[in-house]
Design a protein. Structure first.
Length: 56
């Protein structure tokens, strides 16, 4: 049996106080602001499609 290595990603628990430095927080904000972002119309279309798929 062959073992497979998986990439370990550093997951930050943003809900626990004191686990994230100010610099890490600001870097994450800057990365998130780079996008991509959906327009309101794109969101509404995706949401309607999701509702149809769920049969709601």
């Amino acid at each position: 049996m062959k073992s497979v290595k998986t990439k370990e990603s550093k997951r930050i628990n943003w809900a626990v106080p004191g686990k994230v430095t100010h610099e890490e927080f600001m870097a994450a904000i800057k990365k998130a602001e780079e996008g991509p972002f959906m327009t309101i119309e794109e969101f509404e279309n995706k949401f309607e499609e999701w509702i149809r798929q769920k049969g709601l």
